[in-house]
Write a protein that binds this ligand. Structure first.
Ligand code: ATP
Length: 298
């Protein structure tokens, strides 16, 4: 196989709780992760010249070792002593630094793709073990679907598919780094915590409304004061009929869950006309059973 096309899917957090700050500076988390149908397109191709080359449609993204796709390819090529060259074409559609795990998902797709292209024979579990060396969210991005993530995000328990709802994503034109958010989080002084166990149960029961009503993200306590537009976006989503709306990851993207497709479409239109959000998407949950049928690879 000379060339392989991959879809690297974005994720949202249906729930995000921080239990404590650890000695090593990381935080112990409990998160419910959900893949959504919004993806970067990646093509990997064998190249004549040895080494890894990366090209992307976003001129400000690094194309060397600082790009997570480069690091993912390098990790497997070093371990398996692959001497051939590899070219990676990365077409970004997932907003960057948005709380949607775009970079992590790109890395996961490249791990899956290199494993397949060079017939390395690694199982999904073996890929996930290597993935954590690139980033805490990368093992989940290899797994995809609905999952409970614990530890720093790498301890994963697959959950039944979350009940389907329409998803509106809105990224405001502000920048917030994950480091800033965790650095300013007072994990020991959080007033309340989302009930992640109850939300897991709602998912197991197929209770869409219960799952949505139990949404909570403690990182909002840091990101919203820094970027009040997030609260405005949440309020607008609720006004336009969302069952619930919340920030994803460390932000600043806000998502709204709608049980009515027409309302979701209207919310999306209104947000696109207004100036609170720079990127607006109408999407839905991605479930693993669709993977084999609907995605080109990985
Ligand atoms: P998370 O939800 O995991 O916090 P994120 O959506 O906030 O992820 P990313 O879009 O993954 O953030 O990337 C954040 C930073 O990583 C950017 O500043 C960018 O320079 C760097 N980066 C490295 N590789 C990539 C990539 N393939 N795509 C996007 N960003 C990348």
């Amino acid at each position: 196989m000379r060339e392989l096309k991959l879809k690297a899917m974005a994720k949202i957090n249906l729930g995000l709780d921080v239990l404590r700050r650890r000695e090593d500076g990381y935080h112990d988390l409990r998160m419910i992760m959900q893949t959504v149908w919004l993806y970067d397109r990646i093509t990997i191709a064998r190249a004549e010249a040895p080494g890894i080359s990366v090209r992307t449609n976003l001129s400000y993204l690094p194309t060397g070792q600082d790009n997570l796709v480069y690091r993912a390819a390098q990790l497997l090529m070093d371990e398996f002593l692959l001497k051939e060259g590899l070219h990676i074409e990365l077409q970004k559609h997932i907003p960057v630094a948005a709380g949607l795990a775009g970079g992590s998902s790109d890395a996961a797709a490249v791990l899956v793709g290199v494993n397949r292209m060079f017939e390395l024979g690694l199982s999904q579990e073996e890929l996930m073990k290597r993935a954590v060396k690139i980033g805490a969210d990368v093992p989940y991005c290899v797994m995809r679907g609905t999952a409970l993530a614990e530890g720093i995000g790498e301890k994963l328990t697959r959950l039944p598919d979350a009940p389907d709802l329409h998803v509106v994503l809105a990224k405001p034109p502000v920048h917030v780094s994950t480091g800033f958010v965790y650095g300013n989080l007072r994990a020991d002084a959080l007033g309340s915590h989302p009930d992640i166990d109850a939300q897991v149960q709602a998912i197991r029961d197929g209770d869409a409304r219960g799952m949505a009503e139990l949404m909570g993200n403690v990182l909002e306590t840091v990101t919203i004061p820094a970027c009040p537009v997030i609260a405005e976006l949440k309020a607008q989503m609720m006004r336009t009929g969302a069952v619930n709306a919340m920030m994803s990851g460390s932000g600043p993207t806000v998502f709204g869950l709608f049980d009515d497709g027409e309302r979701a479409r209207q919310a999306c239109e209104e947000l696109s006309r207004g100036d609170l959000a720079r990127n607006v998407f109408l999407t839905k949950f991605f479930h693993n059973r669709k993977r084999e049928k609907e995605t080109a690879a990985g």
